[in-house]
Design a binder for this molecule. Structure first.
Ligand code: GLU
Length: 527
C-alpha cells in the first residue's frame, strides 16, 4: 500500500476514485463530503474521479434525486471525469443500464457454485431470525438451500417458485488495511450466506458495487464508515471472481452537536437547503474539508485548488466529525465578504423578490444596431409604491450589510425596512436608556429640525454624520447623555428595528423625504 504522499507522484491515471450515490434522496452533506474527499484524493494523484449512479433499487430511485445530486455537486465545483452525463471509457455509469454485465458475473458465480438459488420464504426466514435472536445469537442464514440438488433447483425455477441468489460467504477471517483506520479484521464465519440478487437481472448493492468497482478500474474506494461491514463481503466476492482488491478507506461519521449521527432530527442538511439559504459553494467546500480532516495547523481557509494540494487522507481522523452550523456560518460570512458587492447583490435580490418586497420588471430598449439593437433591461420596482429602484440603490443597501451577512437569505430580515412604507414597531423601542416619552419627542423634533435644514445635495452619510455627531457632542454633556440619546431614536425611527446598520448610511439611502417622513411617523407614535 502506498501512502497518499507517495501516490501524489504515482503514474498519472493510476488512481481512480468514485462516488456512487443511490438516487434515493437529495444530495446531503455526508455524501457531498465523501464526493469531495474522493475528488481531492484523485486530483492530487493526477487520477480520475468517477460518478456512478447506483440505481438498482428501482422503487426508491428517482431521476429527480439523480438531478439534485448532479446539479448540486456541479454547483459545489466537484466535477467528475467520467459519469452518466458525460460518459467515459468504462460506462454506462448508471447501474440500471449495466444489467447485462451483472448477469454475466452472476451466471459465473452460479455456474461455479459460488452462489446458489435460495427458495426460503420471507416468513420462514423471519421465524428463524427471531429464534436466533431469542437465543442471543446474531441472525444469519441457516444454509437450508445451500446444497439443494441441481434437479430440485431446476424444478423449482421451472415452477416459478420465488427465489433469490445467495453468495457463499466463506467461513474465514477477512482483513484489510483501511487507509484511515489501519488493519481491520472480520470473522466472516458469523455472517452467513448473503443475498446478492433477487434474480439474475436484479442485482443488489453489495454485488453490483463489486462488479462496477472492478469494471471501472476503481483503485481506491473511499466511503462512509457505515459501509465498513460491507467491505469484507465485497472482498470475498472479489476473491470468488478473481478480481484485484482496491484500497479501502472509511470516512468518519458526521455527528450532530449532541454527538449522535447527523440526521433529519438535527435539521436540514441537503445541499439544496444550504444553497437556498444563501450559503456559497466555496464556504461549504471549505467547511466540508474539515469534517474529518485536519491539516494539523491553524490554517482555516482553503479553496478547492488549495485543498487539492494540501489534503491528505492520512490526516483524516477516525472519530466522528461534529457538524457545527455556527462554524459554517462564520466561514460563509468570510466568503461573502470576499465576493464583490455587485455579485452579492445579484445573489440577494431573489430573496427580496421572494419576500414580495420588490418586483423584477423587464423593459425593452431600442438601441442603434451598433450598440446592440433591441435589448431587454431588467429593473426592479418597489412592490408597495411601484416606484423604480435602481440597481445602484440596491447595491448600496447590500453594501451596508456586506460586513455582517452570514448567509444571503438573512438580507430580508436585515433590510426589509428600506422597501416598506409602514414600519411596525413598538414605540417603546424609540427610548434610549430610560428616556421618557417627552424626551423622545424632544429628540425627534430636534432631529426633524436639523435634518430639514440639510439640502438634498448635501444628503450624504458623511455630511449627516458630521452634523448629527456635532449636535450629539454639543447637547450630550449638558444633558449628561451619550450620543445614543440622539442616534438611537433616529435609527429606530428609520428602521423599526432593535439592531441595524448605522443611521447615517441608512438615511442616505432612504433619502431626505423618506427620512423626515419616518421621523414624523415616530413622533406621531409617541405623541
Ligand atoms: N450506493 C451506495 C450508497 O449510496 C454506495 C456505497 C459505496 O460507496 O460503496 O451508500
Amino acid at each position: 500500500m502506498f501512502s497518499s504522499e507517495e501516490l501524489k507522484f504515482a503514474k498519472p491515471g493510476a488512481v481512480r476514485t468514485r462516488i456512487a450515490p443511490s438516487p434515493t434522496g437529495l444530495l446531503h452533506i455526508g455524501l457531498a463530503r465523501t464526493a469531495l474527499f474522493n475528488y481531492l484524493f484523485a486530483k492530487q494523484c493526477q487520477g480520475s474521479f468517477v460518478l456512478r449512479i447506483e440505481d438498482t433499487d428501482l422503487e426508491r430511485s428517482s431521476p429527480e434525486y439523480e438531478n439534485d445530486i448532479i446539479e448540486n455537486l456541479k454547483w459545489l465545483g466537484i466535477n467528475w471525469d467520467e459519469g452518466p452525463d458525460i460518459s467515459g471509457k468504462y460506462g454506462p455509469y448508471r447501474q440500471r443500464e449495466r444489467l447485462d454485465t451483472y448477469k454475466k458475473y452472476l451466471d459465473i458465480l452460479l455456474k461455479d457454485d459460488k452462489a446458489y438459488y435460495c427458495f426460503c420464504s420471507e416468513e420462514e426466514l423471519e421465524v428463524k431470525r427471531q429464534y436466533q435472536m431469542s437465543q442471543g445469537e446474531a441472525p444469519r442464514y441457516s444454509g437450508k438451500c445451500a446444497n439443494l440438488p441441481k434437479e430440485t433447483v431446476k424444478k423449482y425455477l421451472a415452477e416459478g417458485k420465488p427465489s433469490v441468489i445467495r453468495f457463499r460467504v466463506a467461513s474465514k477471517k477477512v482483513s484489510f488495511n483501511d487507509l484511515i483506520r489501519g488493519r481491520l479484521e472480520f470473522d466472516m464465519g458469523l455472517a452467513g450466506d448473503i443475498v446478492i440478487a433477487k434474480d439474475v437481472s436484479t442485482p443488489l448493492y453489495n454485488f453490483a458495487v463489486v462488479i462496477d468497482d472492478f469494471e471501472m478500474k476503481i483503485s481506491h474506494v473511499i466511503r462512509g464508515e457505515e459501509h465498513i461491514s460491507n467491505t469484507p463481503k465485497q472482498i470475498l466476492m472479489q476473491e470468488a471472481l478473481g478480481f484485484p482488491r482496491p484500497e479501502y478507506g472509511h470516512l468518519p461519521l458526521i455527528l450532530g452537536t449532541d454527538r449522535t449521527k447527523l440526521s433529519k432530527r438535527h435539521g436540514a442538511f441537503g445541499i439544496t437547503d444550504f444553497r437556498r439559504e444563501g450559503y456559497l459553494p466555496e464556504a461549504i467546500i471549505n467547511y466540508m474539508a474539515f469534517l474529518g480532516w485536519n491539516p494539523g495547523d491553524e490554517k482555516e481557509i482553503y479553496s478547492l485548488p488549495s485543498l487539492v494540494k494540501e489534503f491528505s487522507l492520512e490526516k483524516v481522523q477516525k472519530g466522528g466529525a461534529i457538524f457545527n452550523i455556527k462554524k459554517l456560518e462564520s466561514l460563509n460570512g468570510f466568503y461573502i465578504r470576499q465576493r464583490s458587492i455587485e455579485k452579492i447583490t445579484e445573489l440577494c435580490l431573489p430573496y427580496f423578490i421572494e419576500a414580495g418586497l420588490i418586483i423584477p420588471i423587464f423593459e425593452e430598449m431600442q438601441y442603434p444596431p451598433a450598440y446592440g439593437g433591441k435589448q431587454i433591461i431588467q429593473k426592479y420596482k418597489n412592490s408597495e409604491t411601484e416606484k423604480i429602484i435602481t440597481l445602484d440603490v440596491l447595491q448600496k443597501i447590500i453594501s451596508i450589510y456586506h460586513e455582517r451577512l452570514k448567509k444571503n437569505s438573512e438580507i430580508v430580515e436585515l433590510a426589509d425596512f428600506f422597501f416598506k412604507e409602514k414600519l411596525e414597531y413598538d414605540k417603546k423601542l424609540l427610548k434610549w436608556k430610560g428616556m421618557n416619552d417627552g424626551e423622545v419627542r424632544d429628540v425627534l423634533n430636534k432631529l426633524e429640525n436639523i435634518l430639514s435644514e440639510i439640502s438634498e445635495n448635501n444628503w450624504t452619510k458623511e455630511n449627516l454624520g458630521n452634523v448629527l455627531l456635532l449636535e450629539a457632542e454639543r447637547i450630550g454633556p449638558a444633558l449628561q447623555k451619550d450620543r445614543g440619546y440622539l442616534l438611537w431614536p433616529l435609527r429606530v425611527a428609520l428602521t423599526g428595528k432593535e439592531a441595524s446598520a448605522g443611521p447615517f448610511e441608512i438615511a442616505e439611502i432612504l433619502g431626505k423625504e423618506k427620512t423626515l417622513n419616518r421621523i414624523k411617523t415616530a413622533l406621531y407614535k409617541i405623541s
